[in-house]
Design a protein around this ligand. Structure first.
Ligand code: ATP
Length: 275
């Protein structure tokens, strides 16, 4: 195990290229490999193919397609209301797509229930964290444990990432700070044995140093071969850790490319994201 993430610690490493990291448990049964722009062959862990999603009669997603490779970190960026959260909700079966398909780990999960999708190995760190406030940290983690074909993390391994967590185990979650809650939310996802973790605005409401630690944790997951799809308003932070990025606008994908392109091309970034 690597060193623990200490909240309030020093700065993070900036990823300047995408290292090839084979997924520990994602290659078998994965979908068609494809060539990426940098000529690496990446197996798809998640493939979203032309989904259209509605809230009642209002269409929120228009032919959205995206892919997350095994052991890849992908950022989904865009303004408020662009459709990022709805994309995650469709992947999770919370707001199922009306047409199109979602494949995870070689299986069609388009019409699977949220429960089945979670048992298949998709972990979720929601923007509001959704921790049971009156339960202790230990209890919140205990009820998250489940078996998938991926590896479940032990509490001890979570303590190795978040050193403060061990000392919070008997605290009720309603008394935790935002950063502490985020540690619990990420640990809960890991204990649930994910092959892919969806992060919805993980930096929301957190102090800058804590945001850096969350991003560092995302890199740690990648190092363990876990795929990550991260929705972020905090463009700079997300681009620091992502291999590739998609940009959404008005419910559609309007840009797809290496994260390095958006990091380095200020004009493109300003045009697409205004920052
Ligand atoms: P934000 O960062 O503000 O959460 P987002 O990119 O995640 O934005 P979504 O939350 O996916 O965007 O919203 C996409 C569109 O769907 C918006 O027009 C929004 O108003 C609409 N929408 C979201 N949730 C609902 C809902 N429960 N009922 C009806 N419309 C909704």
């Amino acid at each position: 195990m690597g060193s623990a993430v200490k909240f309030g610690g020093t700065g993070m490493n900036v990823v300047t290229h995408r290292p090839v990291i084979p997924a520990k448990a994602g290659i078998q049964g994965a979908l068609d490999p494809r060539l990426r722009g940098d000529d690496e062959v990446v197996s798809a862990m998640l493939t979203v193919n032309r989904i259209n999603t509605f809230y009642g009669e209002t269409q929120a997603l228009f032919d959205v397609s995206l892919e997350v490779g095994a052991g890849e970190v992908v950022a989904l960026l865009g303004a408020n209301g662009a459709g990022k959260t709805t994309t995650l909700r469709s992947i999770l079966g919370l707001t199922p797509a009306r047409s199109g398909s979602v494949h995870f780990d070689g299986r069609d999960v388009t019409h699977a229930t949220t429960h089945e999708i979670a048992r298949g190995g998709i972990g979720w760190v929601p923007d509001d964290r959704r921790i049971f406030p009156t339960l202790t940290v230990a209890r919140n983690l205990a009820i998250a444990r489940k078996k998938t074909r991926f590896r479940s993390w032990s509490e001890k391994e979570c303590f190795e990432i978040f050193s403060a967590l061990e000392y919070l185990m008997h605290r009720e979650c309603e008394n935790l700070s935002g950063g502490e809650m985020q540690m619990v939310a990420i640990s809960r996802a890991l204990i649930g044995a994910p092959g892919l973790v969806l992060f919805d605005e993980p930096s929301q409401g957190l102090a800058p140093k804590v945001v850096q630690d969350v991003m560092k944790t995302i890199l740690r997951l990648k190092g363990e071969g876990i795929s990550v799809l991260v929705v972020e308003q905090n463009v700079q932070s997300a681009l620091q850790v992502a291999d590739r990025a998609y940009v959404m606008n008005l419910g559609a994908i309007v840009h797809e490319g290496p994260a390095a392109q958006l990091r380095e091309d200020e004009a493109l970034r300003k045009r697409l994201l205004g920052v």
